[in-house]
Design a binder for this molecule. Structure first.
Ligand code: SF4
Length: 338
């Protein structure tokens, strides 16, 4: 029965972790200490952990496969100083990422058509900016959203930074389905990631988007130098927002950014993070976005056994992803339906 015992009392033992899965399926929530014990299990237990996460995914998501693509609709010259980001004006001279203004609605529409060809369910319009305000940039985005919605082939999403309630209402009126904004990291780690913005602005942006009735997509990046405790902190802070969709990114250490020399995670640790993210966020779509290729390497197909029910396909904001053919083949080889 949900909530009759704290998860701290759950037996982790040496065998399959089906008791953990049953507890969560029954409505239980992992406390931080239990989540940390799971995240730091020895490698020899990773399949036990993945199986528990898989059972939870199977219960809440069935065989639903979330696939999203994005377009970088306005690149570079961002005034924020996020240390992982190639588009920050603080590091752009070293990263060499191009700057261009907002794409027009027809160019965004063409990118949406490409996302449909990739078999994506959702298409995100992303802008490198602290937050889009009312004006020509927002008008171009609204026009694109209306056109994508009119075609009805893919769900229009947007990631436009820290925005006002009025902007969110306009996006919703235009037909936006999902507003995306990441917490990026645990609150306690955020001063290492960004000092031009407060973490609470990220959290409150998602709260505002929910208040206006949008679905929300909110996650973060793992592998930026945070501790295992801070990974759990991020998972629980995301869970507090109850997002419909969660993008789990692994750091892509881009040359020229302050995080360029952060050592990559071990692929097996990526799987553990996916599994515990699933166990702490059982009912959300959990999809692996940036860093899948670079950090999971040969273990990419295992993300679905570890509890993910989706992935970003196509290119990322400033780094290439895998080819459409490779990702479609991966899904087909696993016997999953699009
Ligand atoms: S706000 Fe977004 S685009 Fe700007 S530096 Fe941070 S991550 Fe990059």
């Amino acid at each position: 029965m949900a909530g009759t015992a704290t998860s701290n009392a759950l037996e982790i033992g040496h065998g399959p972790l089906t008791n953990i899965a049953e507890y969560i399926i029954d409505g239980g929530a992992l406390d931080d200490a239990t989540a940390l014990r799971l995240l730091t299990l020895p490698d020899s237990r990773v399949y036990d952990l993945m199986y528990a996460a898989y059972l939870v995914k199977r219960h809440f998501q069935g065989d639903k496969l979330h696939r999203c693509s994005i377009v970088n609709a306005k690149s570079g010259a961002c005034g924020e100083n996020c240390t992982f980001c190639a588009q920050s004006s603080f590091y752009q001279k070293d990263t060499g990422v191009p700057t261009y203004p907002i794409m027009n609605a027809d160019a965004i529409l063409r990118a949406a058509d490409e996302a449909v060809e990739y078999g994506s369910t959702n298409f995100g319009i992303v802008t490198a900016v602290k937050g889009v305000q009312e004006g020509p940039m927002l008008d171009a985005i609204l026009e694109a959203i209306r056109k994508i919605r009119a075609q009805g082939r893919i769900a229009p999403d947007a990631s436009l930074g820290v925005v006002t309630r009025r902007v969110l209402e306009k996006l919703k009126d235009a037909g936006l389905q999902v507003y995306h904004h990441n917490l990026e990291s645990a609150r306690s780690f955020y001063p290492n990631i960004c000092t031009t913005r407060d973490w609470s602005e990220n959290f409150e942006t998602i709260q505002r988007a929910k208040e206006v009735g949008l679905e929300v997509c909110c996650g973060g990046i793992i592998g930026m130098g945070e501790s295992p405790q801070q990974r759990i902190e991020l998972m629980q802070q995301v869970a507090a927002l109850k997002p419909e969709h969660i993008p789990l990114n692994f750091l892509v250490a881009v040359k020229g950014t302050p995080l360029a020399d952060v050592a990559p995670m071990r692929p097996v640790d990526c799987l553990k993070s996916i599994a515990v993210f699933r166990l702490t966020n059982p009912t959300s779509d959990l999809f692996v976005a940036g860093g899948r290729v670079q950090q999971l390497r040969q273990l990419q197909p295992f993300i679905f056994m570890a509890g993910a029910n989706g992935m970003m396909v196509g290119n990322y904001l400033t780094t290439p992803g895998r080819t459409k053919e490779d990702d479609l083949e991966l899904v087909a080889d696993l016997g999953m339906n699009i």
